[in-house]
Design a protein around this ligand. Structure first.
Ligand code: FE2
Length: 181
């Protein structure tokens, strides 16, 4: 499974790796796909309740990809986040997430398990959803309005990469053009 795109204003869907990549490139959204399935130890596949040691194991397993991307794009730090039904206050957390905002650096996520959706303001002013599953890597450009949420399965494990973790703050973005799904 690779990412697909849903255009909010028209309901149009874009599928197929090349088409998705082309659409995202046109909107200046970086996209790649890692072979997470081959790299991840069997015991960690589909596991959402992760100890710190297991998170380190994930970073170790994806070390080559992380180093390579960081060299190309200037990331200096990375970590693993996990969200699932066992996350305390998941609903509250999602409500907080689901607000359009911007950052002063790009927002990078590599999906390790589960799935997630980035809702992103496109170059034409409308919003589109990028539905991501294991292996998908995305970067929302600096200053580009967006938010992240979960799919109906409500679970994800992802690697985050940072240029400056201290600068990674959400700035609310009021947008009359934004449509709820
Ligand atoms: Fe964000």
């Amino acid at each position: 499974m690779v990412a697909y795109v849903r255009i909010r204003n028209t309901g149009e869907e874009i599928r197929g790796e090349d088409q998705v990549r082309e659409f995202l490139n046109r909107n200046e959204v970086y996209y790649d796909h890692w072979d997470v399935d081959r790299k991840l130890p069997e015991a960690l596949k589909g596991k959402f309740d992760l100890s710190d040691a297991e998170k380190d194991e994930i970073l170790q397993a994806l070390q080559e990809e992380i180093q390579d991307l960081s060299r190309k794009r200037g990331y200096v730090k990375w970590d693993v986040i996990s969200l699932s039904e066992s996350t305390p206050n998941l609903d509250e957390l999602l409500k907080k997430f689901e607000q359009v905002h911007t950052h002063t650096e790009d927002e990078v996520r590599a999906i390790v398990s589960g799935s997630g959706i980035f809702i992103i303001k496109g170059k034409d002013g409308g919003y589109f959803d990028v539905v991501l599953s294991a292996g998908d890597v995305i970067s929302v450009p600096e200053g580009n309005p967006h938010f992240f949420t979960l799919t109906d399965e409500r679970k994800v494990v992802a690697v985050r990469l940072f240029i400056d973790p201290a600068g990674w703050v959400a700035h609310p973005y009021e947008d009359p053009a934004f449509q709820q799904a």
